[in-house]
Design a protein around this ligand. Structure first.
Ligand code: ADP
Length: 441
């Protein structure tokens, strides 16, 4: 069979099919076969092209819709992220304490509103700046380096790594504030390039109030001291000169006046000492002291009071020689006197007060032990804090200021020593303090 197109052309050329020469016809037949095959191939190609383009279209459609989905997801995530960031910055701006985060090179990466207020800097001025260029912290007069208050995370630790109260901070143009500092670190710090997070609590107002309180206390104590010294002096002269002329009642009244005056003098001295300590104006001048002889003399001063209360006051001489200690004789006598005075005051009649010593490698420990009322366990941790008095019948019955132990602790600390108390409630207490011993050469 000839291909239709060829047959039509041959008939046109020769007039009819019969006139077409046989050879030519068979030649055209061969050609015709090729045509047929070409048609078939074309059909095949056309069909497969049709399929491919349909598949491509489908694929394209699918890709488009997936692209749209991804776009939407990205948009959603971006919104979530920026909401999260806004939330964090709102939370941080709402925090009254300054929050500063630094990276592993101690360059600032986060600085909240309170940090702006306390330092005087604006956030844009400090981001990416080393923390040392922005704030300077001082503990009294000593500057604290950022390596100290912001040590780099070395292990997988998470939590507070540095804590210090009452630091002086210098910010923009040496603007001065007082802060309590707390430095924290998170476990994944290394991964997120987060060094540490500083929280600074501004205590300038409290410090100012404290300063005013100290000024007032110190001024009042000074003003009270002069008339009190006069009262005390004239009273003792008066008693001395008129001894023998008083009735029993008059003697009792004068004794009470004398005791009250001594208590007032002690209170004023204590208040002055507290204000000196708080201002850093309380200093010690250390010298070598023969400790046993020294304590013996102080104990002697309490013999009369102990006798009046029917207390046994004993000093146990150590079996081996005590080394001398380095101490300020005036200041350290306040400690021994205060502990002895408390032991005598808080021990009811017919009890006993014993002073004894212990020698360790580097220290001489002095123990003042009584068989008094003792101290309840919950009060023990507060004993050495300012104005602390154990509440209860002891407190009501005795007139104290709650300053003696606080001052004693400060004095012992200035001597590089330690002071502590052990007590069994209703059985008695032992107050002890250790002073560095002078090394024999
Ligand atoms: P003050 O004796 O002036 O009140 P202190 O600071 O010396 O102040 O003592 C604080 C408180 O500790 C006292 O009020 C008392 O309650 C308690 N205290 C101190 N020493 C003793 C002691 N030896 N026995 C029992 N309580 C004591």
């Amino acid at each position: 069979m000839l291909h239709k197109t060829l047959q039509r052309q041959l008939i046109k050329a020769f007039g009819s099919q019969q006139r077409i020469p046989k050879d030519l016809y068979s030649l055209f037949q061969t050609i015709s076969d090729t045509y047929f095959h070409a048609d078939e191939d074309r059909d095949l190609i056309e069909r497969s092209l049709e399929i491919s383009s349909r598949e491509l279209e489908n694929l394209n459609r699918k890709l488009q819709s997936e692209g749209e989905l991804i776009e939407k997801e990205v948009e959603k995530r971006t919104q979530e992220l920026s909401a999260e960031r806004n939330k964090l910055s709102i939370i941080l701006s709402g925090i009254v304490d300054a929050v500063i985060a630094v990276d592993l090179e101690r360059k600032i990466i986060l600085f909240n509103k309170a940090a702006e207020n306390v330092t005087g800097y604006k956030v844009a001025q400090v981001i990416d700046k080393p923390i040392d260029d922005v704030i300077k912290l001082f503990d009294n007069a000593t500057q604290i380096s950022s390596e100290t208050f912001c040590p780099m995370p070395q292990n997988n630790f998470e939590g507070i790594i540095y804590k210090k109260q009452g630091l002086k901070m210098l910010g923009l143009k040496q603007q001065q504030t007082y802060v309590d500092l707390l430095t924290g670190q998170i476990q994944e710090g290394h991964v997120f390039n987060l060094g540490c997070i500083l929280t600074l609590h501004n205590i300038s107002k409290e410090m100012q109030l404290e300063e005013m309180k100290l000024d007032f206390v110190s001024m009042a104590a000074h003003e009270l001291r002069t008339p009190l010294t006069a009262i005390n002096g004239y009273l003792s002269v008066f008693i001395e000169e008129s001894r023998g002329t008083f009735t029993e009642d008059q003697k009792m009244f004068l004794d009470r006046i004398t005791i009250a005056t001594h208590q007032l003098v002690a209170l004023v001295e204590n208040l002055l000492n507290v204000s000196r300590i708080e201002r850093g104006a309380f200093t010690v001048k250390l010298e070598k002291i023969d400790w046993l002889q020294y304590v013996k003399r102080v104990v002697e001063q309490f013999e009369e009071r102990a006798k009046q209360k029917h207390l046994t006051l004993t000093l146990n001489t150590p079996s081996t020689l005590l080394p001398p200690v380095m101490a300020d004789p005036l200041r350290i006598s306040e400690v021994v006197s205060n502990l002895l005075s408390n032991a005598v005051t808080y021990t009811p009649g017919s009890g006993s007060v014993t002073v004894w010593f212990e020698k360790t490698a580097n220290e001489v420990i002095t123990h003042i032990q009584d068989t008094g009322e003792g101290i309840p366990p919950e009060a023990l941790p507060h004993l050495f804090t300012k104005f602390f008095r154990v509440s209860g019948k002891l407190e009501q019955g005795s007139k104290g200021t709650g300053l003696g132990l606080y001052i004693s602790k400060e004095i012992v600390t200035m001597h590089n020593g330690r002071i502590w108390a052990e007590s069994t409630f209703k059985k008695g207490s032992t107050f002890s303090f250790a002073l560095p011993a002078v090394k024999s050469d």
